[in-house]
Design a protein around this ligand. Sequence first.
Ligand SMILES: [Zn+2]
Length: 197
Amino acid sequence: MAMRTLISRFLTANEAIDKLNFRLRQPATREYSVWPDGYKTQIARAINKRTILIARYDNLPSDVSARYSHNYNVLMLRSNFNIRNWWHQALVVHECTHALMDYCNFGPYSTREADAVAYIAEAVFLKALGKSPPSSLEVREKCKPIADVILAGAYYVPENLAADLMRTIASETRIQNETINSDGLRRTWTARTYEEF
Ligand SMILES: [Zn+2]
């Protein structure tokens, strides 16, 4: 079965996706929200229709397992990707959160804020499964208490936890500080082609 079918089915059917419902307020810029149907409908459909291409891509930096490109609307996965593996599923949730922000069409925003939303979504997903990430990245540690309060029913990420997370992201050299563009899943670059998974 094509990987795009496996991933869109995972997004639609996995019950932990229903827990992805929160809002992160960034006082200087905007509020970011994710909602279950964003993954189950909007992103699952875009993947099915190849508006977002699922690509096999092993040319990622050694410490990167998956990547979403806002410019190419491509979700890059390594050859060893396995949709039945819960950690790989969490990586898909992280990257599909980037895709969902791209879908929202709100214009330029920072990669730091993009990753804050994506790491929180990843943490909520993992916690809903009862799993702990096999990664000691401090950003992931900071998202654990946030996942707890969201799974306990909070909609907004508490201000103090959000501020703490943003400080950690700013100090994390692996997370770039760039401007990306949320453009409603328009493919702005075409210079590169990708191998469909
Ligand atoms: Zn990310």
